[in-house]
Design a binder for this molecule. Sequence first.
Ligand SMILES: [Zn+2]
Ligand SMILES: [Zn+2]
Length: 350
Amino acid sequence: MYEYVGSVHIHSNYSDGTGSVEEIARAAREARLDFVIITDHQNMKGYLEGREGWYDSTLVLFGTELNQEDHHYLAFNLKEELDTRGLAPQEVIDLVNQKGGFGFIAHPFEKGSPLVLQGRHYPWKDWEVHGFQGIEIWNYTSQWRDGAQNLLKALYSIYLHRNSNLKCPCPQALQAWDRHLARGEKVLALGGTDAHAIRVKAGPLQAEVFPYPFLFRTITTHVYLPLQLRGDTLHDRAMIMDSLKKGHYFTANDQVHPSQGFLFFAENSQEQCLSGDTIALNKKTALEVEAPSPRSTIKVIKEGKVIRESSSPNLVFKVLERGAFRVEVHYRSLLKGERPWIYSNPIFVV
Ligand SMILES: [Zn+2]
Ligand SMILES: [Zn+2]
């Protein structure tokens, strides 16, 4: 199994981001990302113009962020542009699925800031929907905006302490995810930067708010692939999309500490499976976690409750009941205390 690191919610100058595809690819390479998925609003221009492919050591792929009224939905694995004007959230989800894609509810609890876009914000309001692949639990830009309620706070978080925007995933989004899991629904979690690299001008001064190379080193998506990427765009795209669809990946804040090497899997006497997969309960069913630092605190979570906690980097947890089990790893930093770091997808024990 091979692990590759990417960033999956990005805007380019095909919509309201400022960077070209080449600039984004360069920033991703600087941040040592293996892949990026550019998700411009309401369009797949980059894909349709044949811009997908390898740019040196980074694979650039395209999805899209579909907006209708207030709801934002990240759609992946599409091969065409969808016209979703006037559609209800459920109709958008269904259309994406029909076209062979899959999607994630974006920044579902965003509150907005009076300082940005005149306070406009796009939380997800329709929770009766079904058929979506997952929920974006961590969104750098959206959560920064939520915290930037006045100029002082905004300037502090842009210029003095950028990582103050990165404390943890959105608590309400985590709760919503856990509620779906507790009901037995197969829902995954995603983390995005929502990178725009917005340039702001004040007289002769010009600044880029959260440039792409900075954001690409923050919230990352680590996919597990059965084969190595081989430089063939179609093959490599299919592998990455497959792992995103199945939940064979985890989300991490790599500013806390490099998260490569994290593993969460399950086994029983007959089979072994990865996060996102389903495994049968028998006398031998166990979850196994390998965290990439001795400073790890591992939490096994079921229905929103921590059912096992360990301060060692390796954990074997014998499963005695059915349900969805997910893992969080918090990093015990010497100066900053325990910091939320890695979020796995669930393993479904049936
Ligand atoms: Zn959005
Ligand atoms: Zn976005």
